[in-house]
Design a protein around this ligand. Sequence first.
Ligand code: FAD
Length: 496
Amino acid sequence: MARAVVIGAGIAGIATSIRLATAGYQVEVYEANDYPGGKLTQFEQDGFRFDAGPSLFTMPFLVDELFEEAGKNPTHYFNYEQLPVVCNYFYEDGTRLSAYAQPTAFAQEVEQKLGVPAKVLEKHLHNSAEIFEHTHQLFMEQSLHQAKNFLNLDVVKSIANMYKMHIFSTMHEVNQRKLKNPHLVQLFDRYATYNGSSPYKAPGILNIIPHLEHNMGAYLPQGGMHSITQSVYKLAIELGVQFRLGAKVDKIMVENKVAKGVMVQGREVLADVVVSNMDVVPTYRHLLKNEPAPEKALKQERSSSALIFYWGMGATFPELDVHNILFAQDYKAEFEHLFELKKIYPDPTVYINITSKREKNDAPANAENWFVMVNVPGNQGQDWDQWITETRQSVLDKTSRILGKDIGALIQTEAILDPRSIEQKTSSFQGSLYGSSSNNRYAAFLRHPNFSRKIKHLYFCGGSVHPGGGIPLCLLSAKIVSNIIKEKHGALVTTQ
Ligand code: FAD
């Protein structure tokens, strides 16, 4: 039986281990933390449960696929519901808007609240669906770095349709041209942040993202986001994957340009294939110190990071739903702060996620578990302690102003996550949430491939490589990498 070692038990690492185990590989996963999941984890504090990282779940069928691949019924492990309201939006001028999951209801809301004819929004969502249709196979389902993938007919059609995909305009320029209303433009510009980018720089093709949320749906797993980790971890163990938790990999062993295994706490572990789910930058800088690094890929601008306040609130807020956005007044200035000045904007857009709206066990009675996040630049040694104090105050001011209550007085318990702690807990370079940013039109091609071009038998999955960050893309990276491995190594004999 061929033997695979996976470095890291993030969602992509676990998904890869499942796919390789079902293909007959003997899989060992080495994870530095004493828990699986990487960014997709949780914690409890003073009677409140908080999802520590991701809060928005789209394309749930990609999780189901893992169970189906293993011949299991997904619902025996993992269940989720579609949210009736995707997000509630709040603007400083008092405008409030609910983005209903039902596209026609959302279009009516936009017509009523913003005076934009419903058909404008419907057309925009239709356009987003079209981008998905024409691009998902090329950009999401297969390696972008294998010439053979460009020879199939569907991909040829995608390339022929590329001129319709707005690659030469920014997301903001497209939204401005098509939607015009400043509030609606801001709402759709925000989708650039779903991969940690700026709408003023990211290409219009990224207007594919609203399709995932509005046409395919936003979901909440039963038990919160962390149940994604718990369920796939359970499945992997059932399939015989061996998890070594608290086992940091120190080195990838390479002989004559072939990966031979890993070095863990002074011990050599041999393998036929090595898959790194660790961020690609520290993989090269720390585990492959003696090998030439693909500098161009490693030097791509990183996506934004985040500052999160986890607040146990001693009150309930009927005007809020699971996902809520309190917009900055000057969005352009906010992104200039993030990507040019590398600072936190003084009046940032505030995202509030409250799973206890639907998961009643996540907070005590008459209380709510608030996950309050602002986008911030990556960690480059800034004075985070000072910035956290200042930003905490501006977030309190903004939420109190918009919700008309003294929010600070209602906080019963608090925890904080910042770019330093994200980097320290997951090895994510600069604490970026989504690997490299999509702030230029070639970003997809410049992202590191799912395999090493220089070292045979070395592969990559996860948010810092193709197709990019976020749970759905990480799950797709697992699919892509395991397909490549199966193609290339299907017949390998074990090293033992
Ligand atoms: P990671 O989760 O980065 O895990 C990598 C693992 O590798 C870690 O467990 C780490 O300990 C381990 N590791 C590193 N070095 C070593 C080593 N030397 N030896 C052994 N193990 C090692 N995505 C969404 O889809 N929706 C959201 O709403 C969303 N919001 C987010 C909010 C926050 C605050 C954060 C942090 C992320 C968010 N994301 C969101 C992004 C999403 O969480 C990530 O893209 C995804 O979870 C990354 O998974 P991954 O498999 O790449 O690995």
